[in-house]
Design a protein around this ligand. Structure first.
Ligand SMILES: [Zn+2]
Length: 281
């Protein structure tokens, strides 16, 4: 049957009202505040990983696209973002662990932020400590652990011996080329398998690390996702068919809520030894 198309009724407005003074946004001022006061950030765009099982909705634990997390990241761009309330949500009724590590992120309309996107603040440094979840990949003879954040520098790294002995401080390949314990490779800590494999195999390898990294926030909510305002600014330098004295519809900044990455997921999910970069630029 042919689809019935009903007639559209267009309402007529009193044109006299267009002449009255009215307030309007100046979008350039909002954008300029972000560019002047914002941090330099890397924006990583999130996509759901197609490795996900259709029945259970869970990701494959050995998927090297998403590290078993179910999300992968592409097309990293460098931009600016306002990050406010870094740290805690300052409400008296919510001084709890669950609110720490949240921030509001204000970004330019063109940055096109979506749910689960990551923002890495390259102007800041933070410390993080974690107990490593160590894996062994046999065909590559690779004894390693992912870290939640990509370390800039490892400060302290200790292995557990037993409850009645002091911890053992590990030495990096840089410090001790002939008798090294670990080496930093992007977001992985790789162990000297000649020295550590037997201990790993016996199930007694437990390592704790403290490192410096650039803080990363993951978008968990978007408070203002799509907002366009009518604005009178001159747009002679961008393609526009609106008359000079009329208002233009322009995109306003987006406002999202970000959470420190280690509250969203930890590094212990993956069985695979690497992560592919699926960026398409
Ligand atoms: Zn995957």
């Amino acid at each position: 049957m042919e689809k019935q198309e009903k007639k559209l009724i267009t309402k007529e407005f009193n044109t006299r009202l267009y002449e009255k003074p009215a307030v309007n946004f100046e979008v350039d001022r909002f954008d300029s505040a972000i560019l002047k006061h914002g941090y330099n950030v890397h924006h990583h765009r999130a996509l759901k990983c197609p490795c996900t099982n259709k029945g259970t909705g869970s990701a494959l634990p050995d998927c090297e696209n998403c590290r078993g997390l179910g999300w992968f990241y592409i097309n990293k761009t460098k931009t600016k973002a306002l990050m406010q309330n870094l740290g805690n949500n300052p409400k008296y009724d919510s001084w709890t662990e669950k609110n720490s590590g949240t921030t509001t992120i204000t970004t330019l309309f063109d940055d096109d932020v979506s749910y689960m996107d990551k923002f890495e603040i390259i102007d800041l440094e933070a410390n993080y400590t974690q107990i490593l979840d160590i894996r062994y990949v046999e065909d590559k003879d690779l004894l390693f652990s992912f870290t939640v954040y990509q370390p800039l520098k490892v400060y302290d790294i200790f292995a557990f011996v037993d409850s009645r002995s002091p911890l053992m401080k590990l030495s990096s390949k840089e410090e001790n080329e002939s008798d090294w314990d670990y080496e930093l490779q992007n977001n992985k800590i790789v162990f000297n398998s000649d020295k550590w494999y037997d201990i790993y195999e016996s199930g007694n390898m437990s390592v704790s690390v403290r490192y410096k990294h650039t803080p990363v926030y993951c978008v968990i909510d978007i408070q203002r996702e799509v907002f366009k305002a009518r604005d009178q600014s001159d747009c002679s330098d961008i393609p526009c068919d609106v008359g000079k004295n009329d208002l233009h519809l322009r995109g306003m900044p987006q406002k999202s809520i970000g959470r420190r990455l280690h509250y969203i997921w930890d590094a212990n999910n993956s069985d695979g030894p690497s992560v592919f970069d699926n960026s398409t630029y």
